[in-house]
Design a protein around this ligand. Sequence first.
Ligand code: CA
Length: 223
Amino acid sequence: MRILIVEDERNVTSYLQASLEAEGFAVDIAEDGDTGLELALTNAYDAITLDIMLPGTNGYRVCEEIRKADIETPILMLTAKDGEYDEADALDIGADDFLRKPFSLVVLIARLRALLRRGAGRAKASLSVGDLELDPSTKCAVRSGQRIELTPREFALLEYLMYNAGTVLTKAQILDHVWSPGFLGDENVVEVYIGYVRKKIDAPFDRKLISTVRGVGYRIGEA
Ligand code: CA
């Protein structure tokens, strides 16, 4: 899942980036409002965390502009108590949730995952396709009652496929949402990782869940 962080405090961004990447998210950073808005309008993010006090365009304006452009990506506003705006304003202008600074990382990640689920129209914390279940809080997959260990990248790939179950995803989309923007390799890494994930969640079972759609990409579950 690809997240945009719009935040001007370096110590907050570097901490957030490292922690979210460790959770398997691909992370883009914008350090001012205008860059944040431009990135939000030109990339497909799964969620955005947006600070309010930013150099250039402030977070409220950025949020308004994103919604004016009909982009429905879930937005979590990071608010500080000394702001000139009220936190309720954040919801009025189209944010999905807000979190007051200083926040706990555990709470931030839980809120982000809740927004991602809501964005995908799901209420349950775990994702499932057929007899395969993935629990983002434990990073564990279970199929037919068997626990399957995954590396962080395998988890991130499977999570992205499962959020989009039934939809064919291209290698470029997968690369965008599972690998961070600094990744310098080519798209073939996607094929390699699809192979690793298949070996774990499909090879030992009769029914295969991941299909290759020739010339297009990959899909988990029925179309
Ligand atoms: Ca700020």
